[in-house]
Design a protein around this ligand. Structure first.
Ligand SMILES: C[S@@+](CC[C@H](N)C(=O)[O-])C[C@H]1O[C@@H](n2cnc3c(N)ncnc32)[C@H](O)[C@@H]1O
Length: 261
């Protein structure tokens, strides 16, 4: 699948998000490599950090995503920015041996951790791993039943290019899901969450992963990402229908879903 249809890079005007790395203005040409450096640095501790930072809540969010996908025999999932394989493993465990998942991520280090985890779980069939950019997917048009991107869209340089690619690779009638950090809806909770994000997260990053800056970037990139309704509009603009979202943990995260028309 990986080598069949490399799409041409989008020529759309520069996206505003490409100019920001967290709160830091950057040359758009450098953003992808800055993001790659972050995940190179955290790959080895990524899964442990997820559990520590979220108190394990990310597992419930991911379980909800799998519930919404409702894996069926023979289903083909493309998990973009799939990293260390969390979504892929859950999908295969639920969907059984006739399902297939293609994990695509820009970062080789994250995929390497994912492959090792797959071996540890005895998951050797039904999964393949490709280094690739969400904005120029090395995937054939109209070839996948379900597209997922979990905590990945926030990191891409051009969100609209990634959404256009999602629409391209999905079969008509296919499902799109984006699980991402979003805007907390309860003001009192927002205040607590802000304090937590800008103090505890970088501190945990320093202690556990030895990289404070990577987790400062995490907190900042969440605030730079479009809120729930803005993201709905951008998914619609990419040509999807019935775009909906559901807030998780009062909007700390949100699951956006849509149909490929
Ligand atoms: C926070 S991790 C999420 C990993 C996994 N989806 C999960 O939920 O645990 C973000 C991932 O996005 C990947 N990523 C960042 N920019 C990307 C891009 N332009 N294309 C593909 N993957 C990208 C990173 O390498 C990283 O593995």
């Amino acid at each position: 699948m990986a080598d069949q249809a490399q799409s041409t890079p989008p020529t759309a005007p520069e996206a505003p998000e490409a100019r920001w790395f967290g709160f830091r203005p950057v040359d758009p040409a450098t953003k992808a490599s800055l993001v790659r450096d972050v995940f190179d640095s955290v790959a080895g501790n990524y899964d442990l950090m997820n559990d520590l930072m979220s108190g394990g809540i990310h597992r419930a969010w991911k379980a909800y995503l799998i519930d919404r996908i409702a894996p069926r025999p023979g289903m083909m999932l493309l998990d973009v920015a799939g990293g260390t394989g969390d979504i892929a493993f859950r999908f295969l465990e639920r969907g059984g041996p006739t399902c297939h998942v293609h994990v695509c991520d820009i970062n080789e280090s994250m995929l390497r951790v994912g492959r090792d985890r797959a071996v540890d779980r005895g998951l050797l069939k039904g999964i393949d791993w490709t280094v690739g950019n969400a904005e120029t997917l090395p995937v054939q048009s109209r070839s996948v039943d379900v597209y997922t991107i979990a905590f990945g869209l926030r990191n891409v340089s051009r969100i609209d290019a990634a959404l256009a690619e999602a629409a391209r690779v999905l079969k008509p009638g296919g499902r799109f899901f984006c699980l991402e950090f979003s805007r907390v809806v309860l003001p009192v909770m927002r205040e607590i969450y802000d304090r937590y994000s800008f103090t505890v997260l970088p501190w945990l990053g320093q202690i556990i992963a030895g990289d404070r800056a990577a987790y400062q970037y995490l907190a900042e990139s969440i605030r730079q990402f479009p809120d729930q309704d803005s993201l709905v509009r951008r998914i619609e603009a990419a040509g999807f229908g019935q775009v909906r979202y559901r807030n998780l943990t009062s909007g700390v995260a949100a699951l956006h879903s849509a149909w490929r028309i």
